[in-house]
Design a protein around this ligand. Structure first.
Ligand SMILES: [Zn+2]
Length: 247
């Protein structure tokens, strides 16, 4: 029998009873076609269609179930792990990696009508992430220093945007840069400084097993970069905020 389908159609499209493509494959094909990056610390929320996140949750749960089976865990008999796959899928997509799949929380900015130009710092803000290499937790604190520009945002908004940015698989150095980009976009400060101190469970729980090691890094932009005294003032203010914590 001669097929009436054009030969250029992909095989899966010519078979009417072919299994539907996994939703993750459909999304990746869409992102590839649009030339959009989808690295571990990228947000893809605007490229997801209605209902796809729910479908992803089902697909991921299925893969975690297979992972558990590959780890030779009897999930059919073990009452502790029989719903682990569903919990892990929900946790990745809606909690610990929600910054990849969910839109940025709505953050309103306001004109800086009083022309404020004194620096201030906000912190410590708790940050929670996971290393891109092993997907184990990175937990720490973040301080943000601002020299206001044309627009201002409420103090609590810094926590919201930090939580959203850090809730992705990361390496700490890139997390800080991405957070700086988002804050610059939201309030266009004249100067921005961010300091992050974090514990990496990658080093505490596995690998070298160094329980006391932490990583500290910072990014300074605008006037904080141009004016060393402003930069020094930021680190001094962070020290004072830490001292408040220990009293
Ligand atoms: Zn790691």
């Amino acid at each position: 029998m001669t097929s009436t389908l054009p030969s250029s159609l992909p095989a899966r499209a010519s078979a009417p009873d072919a299994a539907p493509l996994p939703v993750s494959l459909r999304i990746r094909e869409r992102l590839d076609a649009a030339g959009v990056a989808y690295l571990a610390n990228d947000n893809i929320a605007e490229h997801l269609k209605d209902g796809e996140l729910e479908q992803l949750e089902i697909e991921v749960a299925g893969k975690v179930r297979e992972l558990l089976r590959s780890l030779v865990i009897d999930i059919d008999k073990d009452h502790n792990t029989d719903e682990t796959a569903e919990r892990v899928a929900r946790m990745y997509l809606h909690e610990v990696f929600k910054g990849r799949y969910h839109h940025q929380p709505k953050i309103a900015s306001f004109p800086n009508v009083k022309k404020l130009d004194e620096i201030y710092t906000v912190g410590p803000i708790s940050v929670r992430s996971a290393c891109s290499h092993h997907l184990v937790p990175i937990l720490g604190n973040c301080w943000i220093g601002i020299k206001p520009g044309e627009r201002v945002i409420g103090l609590s908004k810094f926590s919201r945007v930090a939580d959203w940015v850090f809730s992705r698989p990361h390496i700490q150095e890139e997390a800080v840069m991405i957070l700086a980009d988002e804050i610059e976009r939201l309030c266009e400060p004249q100067g921005l400084a961010i300091l992050v101190k974090a514990q990496h469970y990658c080093m505490k729980w596995r690998g070298v097993k160094e329980p006391q090691t932490s990583m500290v890094n910072s990014v300074v932009r605008g006037d904080f970069r141009l004016d060393p005294s402003l930069k020094a003032e930021f680190f001094e203010l962070v020290k004072q905020q830490e001292a408040v914590l220990s009293t």
